[in-house]
Design a protein around this ligand. Structure first.
Ligand code: HEM
Ligand SMILES: *[C@@H]1O[C@H](CO)[C@@H](O)[C@H](O)[C@H]1NC(C)=O
Ligand SMILES: *[C@@H]1O[C@H](CO)[C@@H](O)[C@H](O)[C@H]1NC(C)=O
Ligand SMILES: *[C@@H]1O[C@H](CO)[C@@H](O)[C@H](O)[C@H]1NC(C)=O
Length: 335
């Protein structure tokens, strides 16, 4: 009797062990992003974020572009972990591509505080950035997609990583492609995601190298449309500080459409890195050029590929399970 109790106890323990192993295995598999991550813990999350993004855009349409860019600049550096949002003197905010450029941090604070008042301590800043980026595209006229959630917030910012990993407007196409490849994104993603430049503004300092060739005759970049070059020379006089702005898509600056690609066909890309997708002479230009052509004539193909690439970009090295933390204030680490 006692012996059979022991043996059944051992059997039970053994099956308990099997169950535990299976459980550990399945939770390891589940330590991935999912669309229903906050269904129990914050059921109104998507509505709350949408409303806040809508408010922000109502007072300044450009905010859609700024929020979209924040998600990109977060994900490319140590993964989508809200490391960009940390207020540290040596943080990512003050890295070259972000300083005096990245904007929208106050809007993220407003969304976070609205989310906290409904479900405190549950939703990561990294997920808020992801949802805000999606909503910015939708509210600008783009296609929607289901956001994957469950990211946690990082414990470090990486300024060196931001300087090295974020693409520069002065990069060659090769350099841009390899920076995307470093985070698991391919040439299709380079072209579709560059289409984000269908909204928002850029400062003169990021493209004035194309307007005045100081080392040459002074003539603008030959791949830049000449009327547009004249307009931009007036907008960006050499005597100004470089902080005047021009729309990335002069055709429809606030609308999320495929005009960015149509512009490239006629030499109306703003940044050198934009126009290189169509007019460069790198070996890869063959494939980027044909994608530009496809997107310029098929808006739905662009919007679909863009959504898929955003999901891919949003899945770069997420912190899940018990890694990282759920930050209380997006700007500071929990104590
Ligand atoms: C392919 C390489 C890329 C380069 C070299 C690049 C570079 C730039 C530069 C120089 C600006 C202007 C910044 C300023 O003057 O302050 C800008 C703006 C912007 N970028 Fe990119 N970018 C790239 C890819 C992306 C991607 C992948 C996204 C998003 C998915 C994106 C979204 C934006 C948006 C929306 C703006 C306008 C921001 C605003 O108006 O506040 N960019 N980008
Ligand atoms: C910062 O980013 C670089 C990649 O550019 C990486 O090698 C390094 O490990 C990162 N540092 C930290 C502290 O995460
Ligand atoms: C890039 O990856 C996507 C899948 O994520 C794939 O559909 C596409 O064909 C790839 N593009 C290239 C140029 O390899
Ligand atoms: C500037 O001029 C030099 C000399 O004429 C030329 O080699 C170079 O390609 C030009 N740069 C641009 C951006 O047009």
């Amino acid at each position: 009797m006692f012996r059979s109790f022991i043996s059944s106890f051992i059997r039970l323990r053994r099956s308990f062990l099997v169950v535990m192993i299976l459980f550990a295995f399945s939770s390891a598999v589940k330590a991935q992003l999912s669309t229903d991550f906050y269904q129990q813990s914050c059921p109104k999350l998507l509505q709350i974020v949408r409303k806040e993004v809508q408010n922000a855009i109502k007072s300044e349409m450009r905010m859609a572009a700024s929020l979209l860019r924040l998600h990109f600049h977060d994900c490319f550096v140590n993964g989508c972990d809200a490391s960009l949002l940390l207020d540290l003197t040596d943080g990512e905010k003050s890295a070259i591509p972000n300083v005096n450029s990245a904007r929208g941090f106050e809007v993220i604070d407003a969304i976070k505080s609205s989310v906290e008042s409904s479900c405190s301590g549950v939703v990561s800043c990294a997920d808020i950035l992801t949802i805000a980026a999606r909503d910015s595209v939708v509210l600008s006229g783009g296609n929607s997609w289901k956001v994957l959630l469950g990211r946690r917030d990082g414990l470090v910012a990486n300024q060196t990583g931001a300087n090295a990993g974020l693409p520069s407007p002065f990069d060659t196409l090769d350099a841009i492609i390899s920076k995307f490849a470093n985070v698991g994104l391919n040439v299709t993603d380079v072209v579709s995601l560059s289409g984000a430049h269908t909204i928002g503004l850029a400062t003169c300092r990021t493209f004035s190298n194309r307007l005045f060739n100081f080392s040459g005759t002074g003539a603008p970049d030959s791949t830049l449309d000449s009327t547009m070059a004249t307009d931009l020379q007036n907008q960006c006089p050499t005597t100004s500080d470089g902080f005047n702005t021009a729309p990335l898509d002069r055709n429809s600056r606030d609308l999320f459409d495929n005009h960015y690609f149509q512009n490239l066909l006629t030499g109306k890309g703003l940044l050198s890195s934009d126009q290189l997708l169509f007019s460069g002479d790198a070996a890869e230009t063959t494939s980027t050029k044909s994608l530009v052509q496809s997107y310029s004539s098929n808006s739905n193909l662009f919007l679909t590929d863009f959504a898929n690439s955003m999901i891919k970009m949003g899945s770069i090295s997420p912190l899940t399970g018990s890694a990282g933390e759920i930050r209380q204030n997006c700007r500071v680490l929990n104590s």
